[in-house]
Design a binder for this molecule. Structure first.
Ligand code: NG6
Ligand code: CA
Length: 538
């Protein structure tokens, strides 16, 4: 009675204040609920990206010439995808798309980056790291970068190396700046070359710095691993590389120690963040050339250093899993295992990969490999594991590394700003193997950068588009060949997974439909539902 009377006696302003207070209370209670819910869905996340690893290169995907027990265990305890893809068949564009959630053909200079490339992903771009950082994660990239460092004038090797990963969402980084067949062989920690002595500055360039500078051409007989094409410039650790450099001797590493270093730094990062959600992008350099695994792995397989590097990669995966087990984090950590492009045997060094291949099929039953839009170029091992959350099994859903930004944004309850992650789809359900959750209906594949060759897979149809009319992408006796090809080819992946029989003439309406759809996806500037249109000029 009294209460009613009191309320009825309140002025209009008082009532409004009361209502506002109630609303505020309601909002803060709901926010704390959401917070708790979000925390419940904030597993640690480790993306292990192998380099140049093919669909058929690990035993859980059918390899019999070698055994990869740790990767196999990951698959046994998780979900092994048979249609898991990266978005391009070379490194830089796949890494660009994985981080930004945008097809690399939409970006500038997204092709294979040279040693002195400036940062390709501009500060302020939404990335998988910035999304997870916003969600409260500690974020790190450890391993190969190959996405450029520094402003438009390129990396300042003796000064501050920025912008770089730290300007697009990573709290910390420990990097091989490009790819190890390119100069220089130094680590970059956050904004600096590690252990650089200012008295011995590092110089990196495209031209021979002096007439007597030893190279793979002038001192070929001194090399511990000979080159087969390119890779004949500056020599370090008995291996000649792409590009030239001098100085920075105290900062240089040995190729044989790279994998150990990635594991050491990763274990440190995991230990530091064991009580806090973390995101680790473990960017292995295995099994890219020059393949120079640690001495303890050399000779472990019959496949030469290419096979031995797979064993080294497998060891790294085992160390990461063991660290999670030791810290009791396995049930609170989502691991995604993938590759940046398909396999290649001779990629510039005479390491015996072709001679020792025997019956091993690096791309499994698929055709093509690195540099190609055949399935072998982009369909790779792809495994997700989250103990006691993901039901172990095999999934045929179509998923791609480009979908990780939107899917992990969904997992951690983050909104994607309108123009960001233009081609990333939320496939969280499919990645976690939830019942009735579907993967992609269609995926665009490309070979390199923004002037390349495209393909589109829609269901079981696959259309290739060769604007240049030639393709350096057919693996014949495991060697790359330039061939003249029709501009469009159509394959039925269900009947012909090796893409041997072009059926474009038999199915003109499918060919035309996919041509139009591919054109539309390229022109419309984004394929994520709800994406805001962009002005193509910017
Ligand atoms: C090519 C290199 C190749 C490799 C590739 C990049 C030559 C002849 N070939 O230009 O060896 O470095 O670039 O590989 O130099 S990727 O996996 O990082 O994309
Ligand atoms: Ca690669």
């Amino acid at each position: 009675m009294l209460k009613t009377k009191l309320i009825s006696q309140m002025t209009k302003t008082e009532t409004s204040i009361m209502l506002r207070l109630t609303l505020l209370l309601f909002i803060s209670v709901s926010l704390s609920l959401v917070d708790r819910e979000a925390r419940a869905e904030s597993p640690n996340i480790i993306v292990i990206m192998a380099d140049d690893l093919g669909y058929g290169d690990v035993s859980c995907y059918g390899a019999t010439a070698l055994s990869t027990p740790h990767i196999d265990r990951l698959a046994q305890e998780g979900l092994r995808f048979t249609s898991g893809y990266c978005s391009a068949s070379t490194c830089t564009p796949t890494r660009y798309s994985f981080l930004t959630g945008t097809y690399a053909f939409r970006g500038k200079r997204t092709g294979i980056a040279p040693p002195n490339a400036p940062a390709i992903i501009k500060p302020g771009t939404e990335t998988i790291a910035s999304i997870l950082k916003r969600a409260g994660y500690a974020t790190a990239v450890i391993g190969k970068w190959h996405l450029g460092l520094g402003d438009e004038s390129g990396p300042d090797w003796n000064g501050q190396l920025k912008p770089g990963p730290l300007e697009i969402g990573f709290d910390t980084c420990f990097l091989l700046p490009t790819t190890n067949d390119r100069v220089p062989q130094v680590y970059v920690k956050d904004h600096r070359v590690l252990n650089l002595d200012p008295a011995d500055p590092l110089w990196v360039g495209n031209k021979k710095p002096s007439p007597d500078h030893p190279t793979g051409l002038t001192h070929r007989e001194t090399l511990k691993m000979d080159w087969s094409h390119g890779h004949n410039s500056t020599i370090h650790n008995g291996i000649s590389r792409i590009g030239f450099y001098t100085g920075g001797h105290s900062a240089r590493f040995r190729d044989e120690d790279l994998a150990d270093k990635w594991v050491e730094k990763s274990v440190e990062f995991i230990e530091q963040n064991k009580n806090h959600p973390f995101f680790l992008f473990f960017a292995s350099h295995d099994i890219h050339v020059p393949r120079m695994p640690h001495e303890r792995f050399q000779g472990k397989t019959s496949l030469g250093f290419r096979g031995d590097s797979i064993i080294q990669l497998d060891w790294c995966v085992g160390e990461l899993m063991q660290t999670l087990d030791r810290l009791q984090l396995a049930e609170n950590t989502l691991i995604v295992f993938c590759s940046d492009n398909g396999p290649v045997l001779d990629d510039g060094y005479k390491d015996g990969a072709i001679e020792k291949i025997g019956s091993h099929r690096a791309a499994g039953t698929f055709s093509g490999g690195k540099y190609s839009v055949y399935e072998g170029g982009t369909r790779t091992p792809f495994i997700t594991r989250w103990k006691n959350r993901i039901k172990p099994g095999v999934s045929q859903e179509l998923v791609c590394t480009i979908d990780l930004p939107a899917s992990l944004a969904a997992l951690t309850d983050q909104e994607l700003p309108g123009e960001s992650c233009r081609d990333s789809l939320n496939l969280l359900g499919a990645l976690l193997g939830e019942a009735n959750s579907r993967g992609r209906a269609e995926l665009v594949q490309q070979n390199n950068g923004n002037n390349g060759t495209y393909a589109i897979r829609a269901g079981n149809w696959k259309l290739h588009r060769y604007d240049k009319k030639t393709a350096r992408n057919v693996v014949v006796e495991q060697e790359l060949e330039n061939t003249i090809v029709p501009q469009f080819q159509l394959f039925d992946l269900e009947k012909d997974p090796a893409e041997k029989t072009d059926v474009a003439v038999q199915f003109p309406e499918v060919t035309e439909r996919l041509q139009r759809r591919l054109d539309e996806i390229i022109k419309q500037g984004g394929s994520r539902p709800g994406i805001q249109p962009v002005d193509q000029k910017h």
